[in-house]
Design a protein around this ligand. Structure first.
Ligand SMILES: [Zn+2]
Length: 158
């Protein structure tokens, strides 16, 4: 029988995937976008993802979670967090992502960048541009993710 992963672990993964954009608070503190502490800086890096996942496992899940060893839980949380920066690298706006910070603070994009970049705030969502961004994310993120999840569920059942 397949292992059932708890809803709290899924919710934690979703939180980790969103957390890198907490760096937008830096704008209010006067931190420049291009700074390693600015938007798409350190919080979008591989090191941050590894450290965040490690911290969560150390502080709350040293024994792992139901169905997950501590190492597998760390891997899940790491992948959830690092996916944010990798997806941002597929957008064609703003600055790139400091994926290798703090060792290399340059900003990177993938050569293929099909995803419309989102604006800050929520009011723009109701505009024509907001609809284009949502359609782009649906096409390049949500539909492929749903297909991947469906395939994974079918494989687990087989
Ligand atoms: Zn981001």
């Amino acid at each position: 029988m397949p292992t059932v992963i708890s809803r709290s672990v899924w919710a934690l993964g979703a939180l980790c995937a969103a957390l890198p954009d907490a760096d937008v608070l830096g704008f209010r503190l006067g931190i420049p976008y291009g700074s390693v502490w600015g938007h798409r800086g350190f919080t979008h890096s591989i090191v941050f993802a590894a450290a965040l996942a490690g911290l969560i496992v150390l502080l709350g899940f040293r024994q792992g979670a139901p169905g997950l060893t501590p190492g597998r839980l760390w891997l899940f949380l790491f992948l959830a967090t690092v996916s944010h920066g990798l997806l941002d690298m597929l957008t064609h706006g703003g600055l790139g992502v400091a994926l290798l910070a703090p060792f290399d603070n340059r900003r990177f994009f993938f050569p293929f960048r099909p995803i419309e970049v989102a604006s800050f705030g929520a009011s723009w969502l109701l505009t024509r541009r907001g609809a284009a961004v949502l359609a782009s994310e649906l096409r390049w993120v949500w539909v492929p993710s749903a297909v991947l999840a469906a395939v994974a569920m079918l494989v687990r059942r087989a």
